[in-house]
Design a protein around this ligand. Sequence first.
Ligand SMILES: NC(=O)c1ccc[n+]([C@@H]2O[C@H](COP(=O)([O-])OP(=O)(O)OC[C@H]3O[C@@H](n4cnc5c(N)ncnc54)[C@H](O)[C@@H]3O)[C@@H](O)[C@H]2O)c1
Ligand SMILES: O=C(O)C(=O)C[C@]1(C(=O)O)C=C[C@@H](O)C=C1
Length: 369
Amino acid sequence: MAEAADGGTHLSGSVLIIGTGLLGTSIGLGLRARGLDVVLSDLSPSTEAVARDIGAGRLLRSVEAAFAPSLVVVAAPPDVTASLAAAALKDWPDAVVVDIASVKSAVLTDLRSSGADLSRYVGTHPMAGREKSGPVAARAELFNGMPWVICAPEEATPNAVRRAEAMAYDLGAVVSRMSAEDHDASVALTSHLPQVMASLVASRLQETPSQSLALSGNGLRDVTRIAASDPNLWVQILSGNAGRLVPILHGVREDLNRLIRTLEDPVADGARLDMAQLIAEGNVGQARIPGKHGGPAQSFVSFTVLVDDTPGQIARLLTEIGEIGVNLEDLRLEHSSGRQVGRAEISVLPGRVNDLVSELSARGWKVVQ
Ligand SMILES: NC(=O)c1ccc[n+]([C@@H]2O[C@H](COP(=O)([O-])OP(=O)(O)OC[C@H]3O[C@@H](n4cnc5c(N)ncnc54)[C@H](O)[C@@H]3O)[C@@H](O)[C@H]2O)c1
Ligand SMILES: O=C(O)C(=O)C[C@]1(C(=O)O)C=C[C@@H](O)C=C1
């Protein structure tokens, strides 16, 4: 391992990835982009072949006899993670073994009771993903600027922890350390509750007539994106962290009961104040969500550019924003139904918006603020 500019270290040697779905393949693509040797293995031969074909690495079944990884990444579903990590610790005695499962305490408990040598094991969790599964949805840049939690057991050697962190640094993530218990308590609120709420909202739409759904705007889309997540994966995540999630859900139920009582008589004394308070409490919580790279909450300013629906227009717009020298923080594309025009919603830091808008307008773009 070599020292990195950010104070971390870079990975060296070969990395074996077990489980080449969304996360495993994204890790493979990211490490390949840094020139590392990546070797892939999945229960499903066709899944690992797809991961290889899109450039995430070569296959374990075709490696040389002397192959010995310096790092093994278990990227399989949570309920098989502990047994795969225990097997990897035995199969690769010189490797550090990490996993990336979304729940950490249950995996560590199972590994401990298997009697595995935990000096070379580090639990980790990238706080980045998608609502899609499988290698085709993988992205090399998935982890860029996103949190990656390192949950090292007390038995793990400093070298093992450094190697786990080097992987996350090399993938562009923002690394932090936490115990498995603290991790699980945190993600119950920041990851598992949002998934449950998104699924509950989206499940209300099952019987909705399509003429009502035609009125869907960004509010509904923002709140329900992750409702498209894989049920098999989430059964494992929710059941693996149920003890931490239940008290949070009780709190949500209390708030919901309060709102229902208020709305049953919306003109009663104090009812308006109650409603305002609910929305204001949400404002306070929302403003506390940190921005990209783990920095403080940062609100971006958005404006819309009308783009002709012809090939190459979006690429030209992005190139010109780059030429103007403004960092694009977010981009959302929408097509106006029945019209030959698309809308690109551009988000940038507040201090850069005026320059960018006037420069784009001067270059002939139709900007709507
Ligand atoms: N999806 C996310 O957003 C996300 C984010 C962070 C962490 N995670 C964690 O990453 C892990 C993988 O999730 P994913 O979204 O990539 O799922 P996925 O379904 O896309 O991929 C999982 C892969 O593991 C393979 N697999 C299953 N059992 C196996 C076994 N015994 N041996 C080898 N391979 C096996 C499957 O064939 C599949 O290809 C999970 O533990 C999940 O909790 C997921
Ligand atoms: O952005 C998404 O689609 C995710 O599902 C990401 C998300 C999250 O809750 O942030 C979901 C579960 C994982 O364990 C980690 C990341």
